[in-house]
Design a protein around this ligand. Structure first.
Ligand code: MTE
Length: 310
């Protein structure tokens, strides 16, 4: 996604970092072992348990192994390489953690994370996760619906958007001394998108607390949008009447729109969005409109030109 020192576009149709021989052979092995079923599925990818709450998955979707979910990350506050977040985020201190809820709400407050999550019960939900860089994963997240948390703050009638802001602390985040993005990292949703039951405030993955590199202790996951909407390590949620200025849109307005709905028909100016590489798999898969969640969310965008509002 980087804007500065752009690598050639061949690198940007991301060949995951599977030049590691063992993993590369694994994916070939997976293809051989399951040749009659789904030749692209890798052998060590855990199956979706039959009792799991899985949303928008296809028949042959397997979960992306923990190792990949936690070592192939984007979290520019720790550096721009996919391995940087796992290598350098041990300095982040997710406990204790304060979340400020403010703006156009009747009940603005500073919460400790535990109070912020009360009285909700954490839910496990398996979602597809599609990065704008044309790679994807299937991730078992743990979290609470964003809508129920927002309702507690009681948005006023004038609230139209929700802005999410990441921690910006150079002592904990080595990457924020590099102006590769405007810090703090900010993301936003329209209020009706934020109220959609699929939008999740995530505290965990694979049944465990979020590792720092995945956005501990609290991050957003909006499964029908490109992954950059999933603001990590959130310290502030602000309800506004104006469309928030978001980090990637500021960095590259023609490349990263406010909506960021997964859309195979609208290419990124520097690469195609028609296909994606599931991390760990060998062959590319076709990208689905709204990342496979069209039945649930397409109505939010009725009448909107999705080629202009990318
Ligand atoms: N949040 C912050 N604060 N900083 C970031 O650089 N990167 C985004 C998003 N959230 C990012 C962020 C991008 S581009 C993606 S694809 C997802 O996080 C990646 O989430 P994951 O590393 O858990 O897969």
């Amino acid at each position: 996604m980087r804007i500065r020192n752009e690598p050639p576009s061949s690198e940007l149709t991301p060949e995951p970092r599977y030049h590691d021989r063992r993993r590369f052979l694994n994916s070939l092995g997976a293809a051989a072992l399951t040749a009659f079923a789904a030749p692209w599925v890798r052998a060590d990818a855990p199956r979706v348990p039959p009792t799991a709450k899985a949303y928008g998955l296809q028949k042959d979707d397997r979960m992306t192994p923990w190792e990949d979910v936690t070592t192939y990350n984007n979290f520019y506050e720790f550096g721009t390489e996919k391995s940087d977040p796992a290598d350098y985020s041990a300095t982040l201190q997710p406990k204790p953690w304060t979340v400020r809820v403010e703006g156009l709400v009747e009940k603005p407050a500073n919460y400790q994370l535990e109070d912020f999550l009360k009285p909700h019960t954490l839910e496990d939900r398996i979602y597809r996760h599609r990065c704008v860089e044309a790679w994807s994963m299937v991730v078992p997240w743990r979290g609470v619906p964003l809508a129920s948390v927002l309702k507690r703050a009681a948005p006023t009638g004038g609230a139209k958007y929700v802005e999410f802001t990441t921690l910006n602390d150079p002592k904990q985040m080595r990457g924020v001394s590099d102006p590769v993005l405007e810090w703090p990292y900010v993301e936003g949703l329209r209020l009706d998108e934020a109220m959609h039951p699929l939008a999740l405030l995530v505290t965990g993955v694979y049944g465990q607390d979020l590792p720092n590199q995945n956005g501990a202790p609290l991050r957003l996951v909006v499964p029908w949008k490109y992954g950059f909407k999933g603001c990590k390590s959130i310290v502030r949620i602000r309800l506004t009447n104006q469309q928030p200025k978001t980090a990637w849109n500021i960095a590259g307005p023609t490349e990263y729109g406010f909506y960021a709905n997964v859309n195979p028909a609208v290419d990124h100016p520097r690469w195609s969005q028609a296909k994606e590489r599931r991390i760990g798999e060998f062959l590319k898969r076709p990208t689905l409109p709204f990342n496979g969640y069209a039945d649930e969310v397409a109505s939010l965008y009725a009448g909107l030109d999705l080629a202009k509002n990318y």
